[in-house]
Design a protein around this ligand. Structure first.
Ligand code: PLP
Length: 450
């Protein structure tokens, strides 16, 4: 079958996320036949560099042989088992590994990022309730995004996703973010935040943040000083801090977890996306013994945590997560040559290789400064963004860059006027050259089209 035929069949029945379906009257829907490394290939043999890691999930390439093998082995043994009253080997292994890696004590499982957010806000609220306090409010940050289920949407602030549903959301108070990463702006935002904390803290269970980078919030970046300041305020006013590392965890921010750069430990940390290397839906809510013990008592006290998903701790997802952690421990990647293998003693760790990748991307990105329609370029770790001038949203200039990218073999999926790179960690030098050059020509030509 050819692309067009599959597209038409798809559009007859399927409803796609984050899409005005009518757009597909002019915008092709691309059926993908296979994935390999950083490439996605359609049914006519066209290849696209996945510069956004398929919505920020893929870490070590599509059809990664090592992860494939681990999932296949798991599939032969156990595909799924109820996680209440039962457990399985993979979950025992992942629980121990992730606690040792992060310094948390307990792991609660779910199957996507938004569910992890729901769990964390329920768990925080329930913690205070078990302690005899009713705290129905949450703090979250201006420009934040935590997913699109009702609770997650409530603590988000990107109008595009939220405004339509405002009448059915839970109560939330939005805190200011610094205008830029300077100490002066950071302190200004923290000062205003303190005033809001003083006023509402007794009714607030938790503050939820995306540490360092608000990804869906147009790749806005914050200083570690800001994150540290928020932790200090939460300590002072006795409010939980929830770090949503769903997008930035597992090396995206430059360190394994973004909180490390601020030298803080939140009360809850949320992980998903890269957790399974981008293979299967799985998420984790990590927390402390202190939180856990507020629920641990005789049954008749009725304090047990109340949340369950049918696919909690699915063994296939967990096998992919354990394989992903193996790669962080034993994966050797060389971006100059595109080599990737598993060895006992890597000469270059994944994070070290990522550093070289991001330095190279940054060096290549400098040329965007010449373009009159580029306002700013920014980068933290493996996330690099180019913010174009404030084109009116109706003009959909980002979409033009997307179309140009597809025509030229690169999947770029802009956020409004922001074009960004968030590639798999196995991207090589030549592929980076192509990814950056196509984005450059795509943005440059907007000046001529206009
Ligand atoms: C920071 C953050 N939190 C939560 C989510 C929601 O995750 P999911 O799409 O798996 O529900 C996302 C998704 O992009 C995210 O970026």
């Amino acid at each position: 079958m050819k692309n067009q035929e599959i597209m038409l069949k798809d559009l007859k029945y399927n409803w796609h996320p984050c899409t005005q379906m009518k757009d597909h009257e002019f915008l092709p829907l691309i059926p993908i036949k296979k994935g390999e490394g950083v490439y996605l290939e359609d049914f006519e043999g066209n290849r696209y560099i996945d510069a956004i890691s398929s919505w920020w999930v893929n870490l070590f390439g599509h059809s990664n042989h090592y992860i494939n093998e681990k999932i296949k082995t798991q599939l032969e043994t156990l595909e799924h088992v109820i996680f209440a009253g039962f457990t399985h080997e993979g979950a025992v292994r992942l629980g121990e590994r992730i606690c040792k890696l992060t310094g948390f004590d307990k792991v609660f499982y779910a199957d996507n990022g938004s569910s992890a957010v729901e769990i964390a806000i329920k768990m925080s609220f329930h913690y205070w309730k078990n302690k005899g306090k009713i705290r129905p409010l949450f703090f979250s940050l201006e420009n934040s995004y935590h997913g699109e289920t009702i609770g997650a949407l409530s603590v988000g602030d990107v109008g595009l996703y939220k405004d339509t549903y405002k009448e059915i959301l839970i109560k939330n108070i939005t805190l200011p973010i610094p205008k830029d990463e300077s100490e002066e702006e950071t302190n200004k935002a923290l000062k205003k935040t303190r005033e809001i904390f003083e006023k509402y803290h007794k009714d607030v269970s938790a503050l939820i943040i995306e540490p360092l980078i608000q990804c869906a919030g147009y790749m806005k970046m914050h200083s570690s000083l800001f994150i540290k300041g928020l932790r200090e305020l939460c300590d002072e006013f006795d409010i939980h801090l929830i770090a949503d590392e769903i997008a930035v965890g597992f090396g995206r921010s430059g360190s394994m977890f973004a909180c490390e750069q601020a030298g803080i430990k939140p009360d809850f940390m949320l992980l998903s996306k890269g957790l399974t290397g981008g293979y299967l839906p799985l998420s984790l809510v990590l927390t402390t013994n202190e939180v856990y013990m507020a629920f641990y008592c005789d049954y008749k006290e009725l304090k047990a945590f109340l949340h369950s998903h049918s696919y909690t701790a699915n063994p296939l997802g967990i096998a992919a997560a354990n394989a992903t952690l193996d790669i962080f421990e034993r994966g050797e990647v060389f971006f100059e040559s595109g080599e990737f293998r598993i060895v006992d003693k890597p000469r270059r760790s994944v994070l070290e290789n990522n550093k070289l990748i991001s330095e190279y991307i940054w060096e290549k990105m400098q040329k965007f400064r010449e373009l009159p329609n580029v306002k700013e370029i920014r980068q933290k770790g493996m996330i690099s963004a180019i913010e174009m001038i404030d084109y009116p949203w109706e003009k959909r200039m980002g979409l033009r860059v997307y179309e140009w990218g597809l025509k030229n073999g690169v999947l770029l999926r802009p956020l409004g006027n922001v074009i960004y790179f968030m590639p798999p960690y196995v991207i090589n030098k030549e592929e980076i050259d192509k990814m950056v050059d196509v984005a450059f020509s795509g943005i440059k030509r907007l000046n001529e089209l206009n």
